[in-house]
Design a protein around this ligand. Sequence first.
Ligand SMILES: Nc1ncnc2c1ncn2[C@@H]1O[C@H](COP(=O)(O)OP(=O)(O)OP(=O)(O)O)[C@@H](O)[C@H]1O
Ligand SMILES: [Mg+2]
Length: 251
Amino acid sequence: MIQVKDIKKSFHQTEVLKNISFQVEQGEVVVIIGPSGSGKSTLLRMMNFLEIPDEGQIIIDSKKIHFDRKRRKHRNDAEICSLRSDVSMVFQNFNLFEHKTALGNVIEGSIMVRKMAKEKAIHQGKEFLQKVGLEGKENNYPHELSGGQKQRVAIARALAMRPKAILFDEPTSALDPELVGEVLAVIKKLAEEGMTMVIVTHEMGFAKEVGDRVIFMDGGYIVESGPPKKVFENPESERLKQFLSRFSNVV
Ligand SMILES: Nc1ncnc2c1ncn2[C@@H]1O[C@H](COP(=O)(O)OP(=O)(O)OP(=O)(O)O)[C@@H](O)[C@H]1O
Ligand SMILES: [Mg+2]
């Protein structure tokens, strides 16, 4: 479904991703863990073309885009725009439009990107808000919602794009601890329904529970990957062992 091949990325001479390859199968939930600065967000942003790789290939559903340092005009490619709408992203800080209601946020992409008729978009948008447990909040503005509610609006917005996959970048790290559970429950439900997802998270208990596969990144490399049970209970590398020791109470 999504294939990332030999991806490299530098910012100002610093190589942040150093030859990353992995793939995500349809219906699979891949969790990415790793220390701060290891390149997790950069990798995720590449899978949504918010960052453009220096080298490598990204294949989404057999549509292949090849990157190299000499051809960097991809940023405006119609092809990239179309691929981007196949893969939705949910951010740590929600990224909602503050001047739009919950429903307004959810229908924006369906109307502007998917070119859906407004009435249909509203009907569908209400259904997605209901799905994330926000019926009755359609007309509330972001400042009238809790962090957990805002993130659930962001998830409903991602769903409204009818994506083939959803990428989550630390969806609960900006939330007060008591609000984390309601967002994780929504993501877990999507996993059970077979949504293809890539989730960067520091919630190790959740990673273990919901992930089909866990990838551990450090220093711009994938150091280790495998089923959660293996990665969490039987880590091979010293770096992963050391990283997990910080979470020893949850894993
Ligand atoms: N736009 C940018 N310009 C320059 N450097 C960047 C940029 N984006 C990321 N970096 C650098 O790339 C490295 C990897 O950053 P990235 O945000 O991918 O890490 P991360 O694993 O997501 O970390 P965290 O867990 O703190 O979110 C860091 O050293 C960061 O400073
Ligand atoms: Mg990050």
